[in-house]
Design a protein around this ligand. Structure first.
Ligand code: PHE
Length: 360
């Protein structure tokens, strides 16, 4: 076979090689130790110097040409192999993850987050206090006289006395209301003050659809030099309108009594009741949502704030009750059952944090 024929044949084989293995066989058959081009090169030795010169040059050109063709084909085949590999290993990142069971925000937590959003907008920040309180913070400092019937009325859970303490600081109770934190906030921070507190409270009550021995309250308070009932009513009305998403919600104060506020009031909001639904808004019925009043001068004195200089108001609401009214939940006990079906039904989207821009 002469050089031209060999070149034509090798070129055909190179083009026909469909994978890197086949191509390598062609390479070995042409340029290997016993390859066809190698053999032709060996033949140069037997030629006359003139022939060797011309033949040798031609052979070298042919050899380089075949080597270049082999390399080209190798590149093409490598790329094809890589493309094939990439195609089979593709991760389709546009695919949605399998819908995993999504956790939900418990309605009570949602209510707390909503209340924080609303009150923060009105300049209130959060204060806190312990669930296990002493008699001083739960009663005495809040102007409950020693034998006041309210101490019994509250159905308090009393705990063993604290060791190494005297008097009403030794007597321990599970707090019966978050008003304990009025005392804590005022003693810790003084006046002026704008705080809310949310947390558990405990009362020795039989459990039924509307009563629980443990439930949650929100407490709010504002102390300043010129604070009055009008501010209190404005704050309550604004809060209720935002919380229930009702414009111009009727709010009324009904005279009431708490030892730590004077005057004191129950807060009612307007609603209409039918046989199987309560609609919050206008209508000719009222729903009680909490208690409030102007902080009693004795309470201010008890925490070292001058009642001649500062006045303030306080309010308290039950968080379960507010949540039940807002979302139509009918049994308070269901909040604590931990039934995942209930949580899924009444729970909230964890991604959607309550904020005032979109409404709570
Ligand atoms: N602490 C009262 C209760 O638990 C509610 C309340 C709070 C009333 C603040 C007046 C002011 O019933």
């Amino acid at each position: 076979m002469n050089a031209a024929e060999l070149k034509a044949e090798l070129t055909k084989k190179i083009e026909a090689a469909n994978d890197l293995g086949q191509l390598d066989e062609v390479r070995v058959s042409a340029l290997g130790k016993k390859g066809a081009i190698t053999e032709l090169m060996k033949g140069l030795g037997k030629m006359s110097p003139e022939d060797r010169k011309t033949e040798g040059a031609a052979l070298n050109v042919m050899k380089d040409d075949i080597a270049a063709k082999l390399e080209d084909r190798q590149k093409t085949l490598k790329k094809a192999a890589m493309d094939e590999k990439l195609k089979s290993e593709t991760l389709d990142i546009t695919l949605e993850p399998r819908p995993a069971r999504k956790g939900t925000i418990h309605p009570l937590t949602q209510t707390m987050d909503e209340m924080i959003a609303i009150f923060a907008d009105m300049g209130f920040s959060i204060h806190d206090g312990p669930d296990i309180e002493d008699d001083f913070h739960n009663f005495t400092a809040l102007n409950f006289p020693p034998k006041h019937p309210a101490r019994e009325m509250q159905d308090t859970f009393f705990l063993p006395d604290a060791e190494g303490q005297d008097g009403d600081a030794a007597k321990r109770v599970l707090r019966t209301h978050t008003s304990t934190c009025q005392i804590r906030a005022m003693m810790e921070l003084g006046a002026p003050l704008r705080k809310i507190v949310m947390g558990r409270v405990y009362r020795a009550e039989a459990m039924d659809t509307t009563h629980s021995a443990m439930f949650h309250q929100i407490e709010g308070m504002m102390i300043d030099t010129n604070t009055n009932m009008g501010h209190l009513k404005g704050i309550m009305k604004t809060f209720c309108e935002k919380f229930f998403g009702v414009e111009d919600l009727p709010v009324r104060f009904r005279p009431s009594f708490f030892p730590f506020t004077e005057p004191s009031a129950e807060v009612d909001i307007g609603c209409s009741k039918t046989r199987d639904a309560i609609k919050i808004g206008g209508g000719n019925d009222w729903l009680e949502i909490g208690g409030c009043g102007m902080v009693h001068p004795n309470v201010l004195k008890n925490v070292g704030i001058d009642p001649e200089k500062y006045q303030g108001f306080a309010f308290g609401m039950g968080l379960e009750r507010m949540t039940m009214l807002k979302y139509g939940i009918t049994d308070v006990r269901s909040f604590y059952d931990g039934d995942t079906r209930w949580n899924e039904y009444y729970g909230h989207d964890p991604i959607n944090k309550p904020n005032l821009a979109t409404g709570v």
